[in-house]
Design a protein around this ligand. Structure first.
Ligand SMILES: [Mg+2]
Length: 333
């Protein structure tokens, strides 16, 4: 009798987990892509822009709704996870993004980060996925962080921190293998997992930074890197002034900027517009902010006219549906 009751609880847990994934996967993925598309026309522009909707042309002369490498490489990762492929296949998808415009909005690549580009070069030469990621301090751009968010739906039911960390490292280090970059990915995913579990933003952030600090300070690979994230771990980033937020492509700055924008507002629209109007690496910071805000405020918070303007909207929705089915099946196991 007791055992049956336990089975029922477990079944209820699985159903609840499945429903949560359904509710949160679409806004999390779309929230990032919409942010990216809002930022593309004004990438590299100075601060104090006045973007308040989906515009086009500008920096890359692309029509409204065009998204960039942040979204393309995220979609490649999602597809690779659904297919249960390994690291080689993901690097092949990245290569195909660069060479053939795979998972691009208009069939050709117009933007790629230096470290990702160099990783693809090394992969093509040596075919060794263990050694293609950049390992120097200069390889700490935001290129792995910007595509890592789908892992939250693979890891949301994983209780062990080390297992989560290894899975994040496995996909992030293909291009960005310096621990400073991976550390940002770990903190970001940990934060997303606590948001997924319906914690308030403040509670989710407290739990994520608490766990990461205690676990990573014991880890020889990461303990000397924690100091670079001082403003994240002591939470002072949340009270920082705008002039102390640097919206460039350095992974530490990008994580800080996204957290700052997310915490400054209580809705999706204002948070992503804040990110875009910081100038600089607008697409990635808006992608990172939009992912957090999408997870937190869910689908109705994202202006429908922005979603409707996305290039290849139906392909994105179809891939999200396949990813949801895949994660749901995993959760039910
Ligand atoms: Mg980009």
């Amino acid at each position: 009798m007791r055992r049956k009751m336990k089975d029922r609880w477990n079944d209820d847990d699985r159903i609840y987990l499945g429903l949560s994934i359904k509710e949160k996967l679409f806004p999390t993925i779309l929230g990032g892509i919409v942010g990216d598309a809002l930022g593309v026309p004004v990438e590299f522009k100075d601060r104090n822009l006045e973007v308040n909707g989906m515009t086009g042309y500008g920096t890359y002369n692309q029509p409204p709704g065009t998204w960039s490498d942040d979204s393309s490489l995220t979609l490649c990762l999602i597809e690779n996870l659904i297919e249960e492929n390994g690291e080689i296949e993901l690097m092949e998808k990245f290569t195909s993004y660069r060479e053939d415009g795979y998972w691009t909005p208009h069939g050709h690549m117009f933007d790629i980060g230096r470290t990702t580009d160099e990783a693809i070069e090394r992969f093509l030469k040596e075919k060794n996925v263990r050694q293609c990621g950049g390992i120097t301090e200069f390889d700490n751009g935001n290129g792995a962080l910007m595509r890592i968010s789908p892992l939250v739906f693979i890891l949301c039911n994983e209780k062990d921190f080390t297992t989560r960390k290894r899975e994040i490292e496995r996909w992030a280090e293909l291009t960005h293998a310096h621990p400073r970059s991976t550390l940002a990915c770990i903190v970001y995913i940990q934060f997303l997992i606590h948001l997924f579990n319906n914690n308030t933003p403040a509670r989710a952030f407290e739990r994520a930074t608490g766990t990461c600090r205690s676990e990573l300070s014991k880890d020889i690979k990461y303990r000397d890197e924690l100091v670079h994230y001082r403003r994240v771990f002591d939470q002072s980033i949340l009270d920082a002034k705008k002039e102390d937020i640097i919206s460039d492509g350095y992974v530490v700055h990008s994580l800080e900027a996204a957290l700052w924008c997310f915490f400054k507002h209580t809705n999706y629209r204002d948070a992503v517009l804040e990110a875009v109007n910081l100038g600089g690496d607008t697409d990635t910071i808006a992608f990172l902010t939009g992912t957090l805000a999408g997870m937190c405020y869910e689908i109705n918070s994202i202006p429908e006219e922005w979603i409707n303007k996305l290039t290849r909207k139906q392909d994105i929705l179809d891939l999200c549906e396949r990813f949801f089915q895949y994660c749901y099946k995993r959760a039910a196991q």
